[in-house]
Design a protein around this ligand. Structure first.
Ligand code: NAX
Length: 334
């Protein structure tokens, strides 16, 4: 813990995820109850009046840890001396927009923000990318910030991880905290692979492998996977808005564990830079892996057995990420 304020940037700060997120960060749920916070809030120029309203509400919360709030549309202000950057803002898909055009618009944003990290942030900054396509945006930001270690960058798949955990918990009739070590492999998209082969469920005090606890292999290999893969779309269909409360909670979980470590005997999922040395995943992708975290450093959980069923799904999501990367990298030079 430091008495110096931790400088935390949230981009897309006038949006709906940020609205659910900022209070938890500022009240100490993420970086600790004694850690003073300086919040830097970035959004685009037309959103500045809305952001002003968010700032007023933050002031009205009268939070003791919140030492400073800076709302801006300027990268050189927002990225200055950052300890943490949570990149939520991105270009949303509009009706009739081609996937390629969406990717192009986001490459422009994350190239610019990566360069701003490189130029203005601390070299120790931890960067979490949330804005979609999160994995590829994270890769572009990391490539655009060559002076910051690639290990400092991650993208959010914790929401998918939490969704998988809750689905298993509901099936077994236990709280979600009794379900450990689900894995999200790959892309934060409908090709992601939620894997329960190494998951255990605490049933009345003893840890039971997930397949034995659930006793429904067909569900675990079928509807469970598609439910988690399609959950974001299901929320949009029902709410007419994308996940915000659960996304904010997942961002807090991700950052808290990145800061303070994963619980003993547990791992989590996050999108990280692949060097090609784990589970046959190609290098130069931001791919979601199971990780342990200690001393603010993640390590991929080694040596988990992968069967043919899992292997095929891990390869399918890697293939999608390689295609996304190749298109995005073409736009990098433009
Ligand atoms: P909103 O549309 O409510 O807010 C986005 C905000 O970002 C807007 O205020 C917009 O003006 C701002 N913005 C756009 N370009 C910007 C830029 N260049 N710099 C700074 N701010 C910029 O979206 P919200 O619901 O908050 O979602 C934000 C992003 O999270 C979306 O890309 C969404 O797809 C993504 N999500 C990712 C998830 C994940 O697990 N990785 C889950 C939740 C969410 O769907």
């Amino acid at each position: 813990m430091s008495t110096l304020a931790l400088r935390v940037l949230v981009t897309g700060a006038a949006g709906q995820i940020a609205y659910s997120l900022l209070y938890s960060i500022a009240k100490g749920d993420v970086f600790g109850k004694d850690q003073p916070i300086a919040l830097l809030l970035l959004d685009i120029t037309p959103m500045m009046p809305v952001l002003e309203g968010v700032v007023m509400e933050m002031q009205d919360c009268a939070l003791p840890l919140l030492k400073e709030i800076i709302a801006t549309d300027k990268e050189e202000v927002a990225f200055k001396d950052l300890d943490v950057a949570i990149l939520v803002g991105s270009m949303p898909r509009r009706d009739g927009m081609e996937r390629k055009d969406l990717l192009k618009a986001n490459v422009a944003i994350f190239k610019s923000q990566g360069a701003a990290l490189d130029k203005y942030a601390k070299k120790t900054v931890k960067v979490l990318v949330v804005g979609n396509p999160a994995n590829t945006n994270c890769l572009i930001a990391a490539k655009s910030a060559p002076s910051i270690p690639k290990q400092n960058f991650s993208c959010l798949t914790r929401l998918d991880h939490n969704r998988a955990r809750s689905q298993v918990a509901m099936k077994c009739g236990v709280p979600a905290t009794q379900v450990k070590n689900v894995i999200i492999w790959g892309n934060h998209s409908s090709t992601q692979y939620p894997d329960v082969h190494h998951c255990v469920v605490n049933m009345s005090g003893s840890e039971v492998p997930c397949f034995d606890a659930v006793k429904d292999d067909a569900w675990l290999k079928g509807d469970f996977i598609t439910t988690v893969q399609q959950r974001g779309a299901a929320v949009i269909k029902a709410r007419k808005l994308s996940s915000a409360m659960s996304a904010a909670k997942a961002i807090c979980d991700h950052m808290r564990e990145l800061w303070s470590g994963t619980p003993q005997g547990e791992f989590t999922s996050m999108g990280i830079y692949s060097t090609g040395n784990s589970y046959g995943v190609p290098d130069d992708l931001v791919y979601s892996f199971p990780v342990h975290i200690k001393d603010k450093t993640w390590n991929i959980v080694d040596g988990l057995a992968i069967n043919d069923f899992s292997r095929a799904k891990m390869e399918a999501t890697a293939k999608e990420l390689m295609e996304e990367r190749d298109t995005a990298v073409e736009f990098l030079g433009v």
